[in-house]
Design a protein around this ligand. Structure first.
Ligand SMILES: [Zn+2]
Length: 212
């Protein structure tokens, strides 16, 4: 299957903004190709919010962000696991993932890559691989969580896709303080991944499973 032939994709985001940071431009490209994209976010990350922000700020920001990428609000699925505590909830998370698989039946799943060291991302990677082992899976890149990253799959992108990703990230006002929340960084990374394959821009993924 060519990526552009994907009809139903599912993004597994431990925290609301992980999908935009890692594969926002690819999601924009998929939505332009009439792919139905579902976005599952596993934590409201209440403990990661700066003071002055309401407890549900990140889920509200998520709704605005994914709308820019062409994902309707009805395709957002949220869970209430506490941030940095996913290892204490492995089995419940696996059961939720299995329900998502039956409910959505995606032909493509985006999830954290296998070398991501964040404890919540590690759980979504491992349990995601268990739940979706019969499905195509791409592990997305968040460089600040990786010592190594296998960039074995690249999605060719246009500048407009990267611009849409940046616009989506702007919706996350509560996370603007993070040093990686930076336009120069994301354009530089997209350019780096593009140059690796002789194109202008790309996002890179670990090919966890592909089925022809
Ligand atoms: Zn995260």
């Amino acid at each position: 299957m060519n990526l552009s032939e994907s009809k139903t994709a599912l993004v597994l985001a431990p925290h609301p903004d992980d999908g935009e940071f890692s594969c926002g431009a690819t999601l924009k490209k998929l939505s332009e190709n009439a792919c139905q994209i579902y976005y599952a976010a596993f934590s409201p990350c209440e403990k990661s919010l700066p003071s002055g922000f309401a407890k549900d700020s990140l889920f509200k920001e998520l709704t605005r962000a994914v709308h820019i990428l062409g994902i309707p609000e009805t395709n957002i699925l949220t869970f209430q696991y506490p941030v940095r505590s996913f290892p204490d909830h492995r089995q419940e998370i696996l059961e939720d993932l299995i329900k998502l698989k039956k409910q959505i039946q995606p032909d493509l799943v985006f999830l954290p890559n296998s070398n991501d060291i964040h404890q919540d991302h590690e759980v979504i990677n491992r349990e995601g691989m268990r739940a979706f082992k019969h499905c195509r899976m791409l592990g997305y890149e968040l460089p600040w969580n990786n010592f190594t990253f296998t960039n074995s799959c690249h999605v060719v992108l246009k500048k407009s896709h990267i611009m849409a990703k940046m616009k989506a990230l702007e919706a996350y006002k509560s996370q603007a303080f993070r040093n990686y929340h930076n336009e120069e960084f994301f354009f530089g990374l997209a350019k780096t991944r593009g140059i690796q394959i002789g194109e202008d821009y790309a996002e890179a993924f670990e090919c966890i499973r592909w089925i022809f």
